[in-house]
Design a protein around this ligand. Structure first.
Ligand code: FES
Length: 123
């Protein structure tokens, strides 16, 4: 048996805007602990060999932050809190059932555009 690939990647947006910027960002005074909270929880459960938490910059849905993307499957969770993270880990990561009520609404997360189609639209 080879070296196993991860079962999940959890991309947590860690973008913070400088003071005075009108654009919202996922990390501010109230939300700066969320990545560490998630990471510590996964570590205490002993699953970080197969569930990888990853800090990212902006994931393009700043108005709905704090956000995180669970792969595989393109599951974008919005408005995160510690309580939501607990449920996402318990229900989605451990039991394979995405927490629908915390997912981004479909109108803000519609089907992806094929890159070749995107190139043709630009031409
Ligand atoms: S700042 Fe987090 S999605 Fe843009």
């Amino acid at each position: 048996m080879g070296f196993p690939q991860p079962a999940f990647y959890i991309f947590k947006c860690e973008q913070s805007s400088p003071p005075g910027m009108p654009k919202p960002s996922c990390v501010n005074e109230q939300t700066r602990e969320l990545y560490q909270y998630m990471s510590n929880k996964l570590m205490s459960m002993g699953v970080t060999t197969t569930v990888l938490p990853i800090r990212t910059s902006c994931l393009g849905r700043c108005q709905m932050g704090p956000v995180m993307l669970v792969e595989p499957g393109h599951y974008m969770y919005i408005g995160l809190t510690k309580e939501k993270i607990d449920r996402i880990i318990d229900e989605h990561i451990l039991n394979g059932i995405p927490v629908e009520e915390f997912l981004i609404p479909k109108e803000f997360w519609d089907e992806p555009i094929n890159p070749k189609d995107a190139m043709e639209q630009m031409a």
